[in-house]
Design a protein around this ligand. Structure first.
Ligand code: SF4
Ligand code: SF4
Length: 108
């Protein structure tokens, strides 16, 4: 993949190495939605509509998957009735907790 410009929250943590625990840096979901995110966002590139930023207590913060967090407001209207069903399955579908599977590299 060539060079791309992706807007990232300035307080987001740096992306960890591939395979390390996910720290919510958000890079993967800002670059392109996963299969559920494509359904929600109706696009294959760019930030996922379901991605949410959460401020931390010390000026830090992290990105979270709005589907996993049960944020129906991040879903298109037609999918909101299925929000609970999507939330229960999202962890397995997006392999939450399996470590970072994003091999993109950030330039300075
Ligand atoms: S999977 Fe990796 S790139 Fe995606 S939010 Fe987690 S740490 Fe960041
Ligand atoms: S993990 Fe969640 S926020 Fe990230 S692309 Fe998939 S649906 Fe969107």
């Amino acid at each position: 993949m060539g060079e791309r410009h992706i807007a990232i929250h300035p307080a987001a943590p740096p992306k960890p190495p591939w395979g390390a625990a996910c720290n919510g840096c958000g890079l993967c979901c800002l670059a392109e939605p996963c299969p559920i995110g494509r359904l929600i966002s109706l696009r294959r590139r760019g930030a996922c509509r379901a991605l949410v930023w959460e401020d931390g207590p010390h000026g830090n913060g992290q990105y979270r998957c709005g589907v996993l967090a049960g944020r129906r407001d991040r879903l298109p209207r037609w999918l909101r009735p299925l929000g609970g069903w999507l939330q229960r399955r999202a962890g397995r579908w997006i392999a939450a907790g399996a470590g970072c599977d994003c091999d993109m590299e950030l330039a300075d």
